[in-house]
Design a protein around this ligand. Structure first.
Ligand code: ADE
Length: 256
């Protein structure tokens, strides 16, 4: 091949946007150890790479190639973990699994919420009249981050198979850098965004994946109702809820 053609090819490849690799492993990301432990126990891990203080466990789970990572709590570490899964491990899709606070009357403790879309509920302007919510940079025209519809359907079907139809929901998940333990705020989340759950990482992972064109979904099991009793409920049900969400991921992988 002529030198000039090679140079042009290299330039085109360097300028091309990163696209999701169809054959890459599935990235599975959590915030905390208890959200990853059941997956690690059931996976066949061949090697672990530590990047930015996070262990990326490479192997198979339910016969699928996976990279399992506990990125840490909150939006910043979640975004860093998602970017690493995409840039270093060329993942074909990302599944976030973990626990959340239930929002509104429908979702009870131990119910499952699968994301159709997410919002960042604490992004906006602080004015003399208080906080005014705004659309997070990179989101769609409504300030939402759409999850992949196919993955959401698969996750919901898996949730129905594991916990039953009455305990499985699909809808909006609200993300912010706060543990919500307030009846007033939980109503605000329901009224403003029609959210079913609130947590601290989903939209962050979702937004990075959305920017890169990598399909993603968030699966959450409710450890509490994000109200005045949220801390006690979280302590009592957190580990069980984390395992429930992980079980749904395994069911989902088995069906993929
Ligand atoms: N994760 C579990 N419960 C939560 C809550 N109430 N707020 C934010 N994140 C949570």
């Amino acid at each position: 091949m002529k030198k000039s053609i090679i140079i042009v090819l290299i330039a085109v490849m360097a300028a091309a946007p990163v696209m999701a690799s169809e054959n890459g492993p599935i990235g599975i990301i959590t915030a905390m150890s208890n959200e990853l432990s059941l997956l690690l126990e059931n996976a066949d891990i061949s090697r672990t790479e530590t990047i930015g203080g996070v262990d990326y466990n490479i192997g198979t789970l339910q016969g699928k190639d996976v990279v399992l990572a506990k990125a840490g709590v909150g939006k910043i570490l979640a975004a860093a973990g998602a970017a690493t899964l995409i840039n270093e491990f060329d993942v074909s899709s990302i599944i976030f699994t973990g626990i959340a606070g239930g929002v509104g009357e429908k979702t009870e403790v131990m119910d499952i919420v699968v994301s159709t879309d997410l919002v960042v509920h604490d992004y906006g302007n602080m004015t003399n009249d208080g906080f005014v919510w705004g659309k997070v940079a990179g989101s769609d025209e409504n300030g939402r981050i759409p999850a992949d519809a196919g993955l959401a359907d698969l996750a919901y079907e898996a949730a129905v198979a594991v916990v039953g139809k009455d305990s499985a929901f699909k809808g909006n998940i609200a993300t912010g850098d706060q543990f919500v333990a307030s009846e007033n705020y939980v109503w605000t989340l329901q009224d403003s965004f029609n959210s079913l759950a609130c947590e601290m990482e989903g939209a962050s992972v979702g937004l990075v994946a959305y920017q890169y064109g990598v399909p993603f979904v968030v699966i959450r099991c409710m450890s509490d109702k994000a109200d005045g009793l949220a801390h006690e409920s979280y302590e009592g049900f957190g580990d069980q809820a984390a395992d429930n969400s992980a079980s749904i991921v395994m069911e989902m992988l088995g069906n993929m």
